[in-house]
Ligand binder design. Structure first.
Ligand code: DLL
Length: 430
């Protein structure tokens, strides 16, 4: 059983004791096996002996996406490759992807976390779980799939897309739990309504995450799909979905504190902030073997609380992420950095004067890139604009993995700003 009351309702003191013991071991493991992090510790004059408990965590250096890029692909690996059984991946800042490695033990603990998320919705082995997160390098499909197996549910490995097939299986096989992004859940709800299938749907719970969604969206989805909608949070670097998950109280996500230590820091100074402060979420993996990131800066802005939860779980809760301390956008569930778009433009010979417009049309995100031409490119472009745009579309697709509409515009037509360039216009209301 993956609802583990002895762990999930343990006292705060017990949790801290586990964390201290595991942290000390983990720091030693990383020191011994990851020369990059060892050097970072040495630069701060630290050795593993300086870390005796969670109280010493703040002394350790942070890791960021830049460190991941510098160490790509194997530089942060803490186990021999021969002991790894899986990679998952997500986009990085300038083209280099984030590649996370897992031993079998790591896959197991990740799936345990996802199983906990499922059990928190009341799922049992009588349930039919439709996993409509993408399968493949993205962690959504694989994580929830493994969690569903562990929880003993009948698992429908649908992956994302192919809405007709999703709905056919949902009806024919009587799916009771739906796992997908909240925007896809909205789209499915609309398709169900259009096809008049509402009476044939048996869904009772949905586990939606990987992107920001509002309470208003929650109410809409709950009403239109006739289910209770739960939030789930995670990131590839730390394992994937299931780092934190909502319980029946639907008021914040419990972080699996027996595996991850969470801190909130001031994104500008790096100073650790007291409970209840809004700041950047930082994670330390204390049980992972292959890719055990220490003090990893997620760039997600949120608040942590230890207020007691009616569900009885004692693990600290995080609020929904309220934004980011970097410029990452999530479009159709895919992480997109303006720097990736800029790199493509420069590589294709365009000046880096562009504007990204993100919108949500019919419950689906749209991405448009307006690219300013130089006077030379402009005078050369007569009759060739469509081809030039097409070639940028395919270069962007190769970089980002999703379609972006491209519009080439005349020199000096993108409004100049007096301060920082306005690169992103996000029209979605979240
Ligand atoms: O999105 C893992 C995941 C899959 C989580 C399925 C939940 C469900 P990445 O692609 O690495 O991993 O993106 C991680 O997505 O830093 C947040 O900015 C954002 N994010 C994830 N879950 C939520 C959520 C997966 N529930 C990045 N609410 C994170 C808001 C979320 N943002």
């Amino acid at each position: 059983m993956y609802y583990q009351p002895d762990i999930e309702t343990a006292s705060h003191e017990q949790i801290r004791a586990w964390q201290s013991e595991r942290l000390v071991k983990q720091v030693r493991h990383v020191w011994d096996n990851v020369p990059y992090y060892r050097q970072k510790m040495e630069e701060k004059g630290l050795t593993p002996d300086d870390i005796q408990s969670v109280d010493d965590l703040h002394k350790l250096p942070f890791l960021t996406k830049d460190d991941l890029r510098e160490c790509y692909p194997y530089g942060l690996l803490a186990k021999p490759l021969s002991e790894c059984v899986r990679i998952q991946s997500t986009s990085g800042t300038t083209g280099k992807r984030v590649v996370a490695f897992y031993t079998q033990h790591d896959v197991d603990l990740w799936e345990d976390c996802c199983a906990r998320a499922l059990m928190a919705t009341g799922a049992t082995k009588e349930d039919v779980v439709q996993v409509a997160y993408g399968y493949g390098l993205f962690t959504g499909g694989a994580g929830m799939h493994g969690g569903s197996h562990k929880a003993g549910c009948l698992t429908l490995p649908m992956s994302s897309g192919n809405t007709d097939r999703q709905l056919q299986f949902m009806v024919d096989l009587g799916a009771t739990v739906l796992c997908c992004t909240p925007s896809y859940a909205e789209y499915l709800a609309e398709s169900i309504h259009e096809r008049g299938l509402r009476d044939q749907i048996k869904l009772k719970a949905g586990i939606f995450g990987a992107e920001a969604w509002s309470e208003e969206m929650r109410r809409d989805i709950e009403k239109n799909l006739g289910l209770k909608a739960y939030d789930i949070y995670g990131l590839t670097e730390i394992s994937g979905p299931g780092v934190a998950f909502e319980c029946e109280a639907q008021a914040g996500m419990h972080i699996n504190e027996d595996h991850f230590i969470a801190e909130i820091i001031d994104p500008d100074t790096g100073e650790v902030l007291p409970e209840g402060s809004k700041g950047e979420l930082v994670f330390t993996c204390i049980t992972k073997e292959a890719f055990p990131l220490i003090r990893y800066r997620t760039r997600d802005i949120c608040v942590l609380t230890r207020k007691s939860c009616p569900c009885g779980r004692t693990h600290v809760k995080m609020s929904k992420p309220m934004g980011r301390s970097d410029d990452m956008l999530i479009v159709k569930g895919v992480n997109v950095f303006p720097s990736q778009i800029e790199a493509v433009l420069i590589e294709q010979g365009y000046p880096a004067n562009y504007q990204i417009v993100v919108d949500r049309v019919n419950h689906s995100d749209t991405l448009e890139v307006m690219v300013e031409m130089t006077p030379e490119i402009f005078s050369d472009s007569l009759g060739k604009i469509t081809d030039m745009e097409k070639s940028l579309v395919s270069a962007l697709k190769a970089m980002l993995g999703i379609y972006a509409k491209v519009k080439l515009v005349a020199p000096k037509s993108i409004t100049r700003s007096e301060g920082k360039a306005v690169r992103i216009i996000d029209k979605r209301k979240i």
